[in-house]
Design a protein around this ligand. Structure first.
Ligand code: FES
Length: 143
């Protein structure tokens, strides 16, 4: 916020930074950001809930993001999502009950040339297949 002179139009970038730092946006951080940037709390809350990227729930210890953009979808992202949902026993957007793994989807992560692409614990992996995905997520869930 200081870098942008506490400008109101730095709201989205600020929320990105908060989420990167703490894993999610909570009531306390939204209050702090809204007050610091002098925007109504309802506006900060609206932005945080409108954009798919932002989450108000703490993520699991591990995260699997599957790109469902057009290039990835054509190359089998739907099957990868089915595979991940079966292995983790959750649906996209959910976190396992033991809080060990979260499964999320995105529209395009900018790696179309290596579709289908996934991001596992922050590391992009291209040309993913079901066997490799299963192997990479082994041990993510306690039961
Ligand atoms: S569509 Fe998946 S990286 Fe672009």
């Amino acid at each position: 916020m200081r870098r942008h002179g506490f400008a109101r139009d730095a709201l989205i970038e600020t929320l990105h930074t908060v989420q990167e730092s703490f894993g999610c946006l909570d009531k306390e951080s939204l209050n702090f950001v809204a007050a610091s940037l002098r925007v109504p709390l309802s506006h900060a809350y609206g932005v945080a809930t409108f954009y798919h990227f932002f989450t108000m729930k703490p993520p699991g210890a591990h995260t699997c993001l599957i790109c469902m953009g057009t290039a990835c979808y054509i190359k089998g992202a739907g099957n990868l999502l089915n595979e991940a949902e079966a292995q983790l026993q959750i649906k996209a957007g959910e976190t396992t009950a033991d809080r060990q793994a979260s499964l999320i989807t995105a529209r395009c992560i900018g790696s179309c040339s290596v579709a289908p692409a996934v991001v596992l614990d922050g590391e992009m992996v291209g040309n993913m297949d079901g066997v490799l995905l299963r192997r990479k997520m082994e041990g993510w869930k306690s039961s």
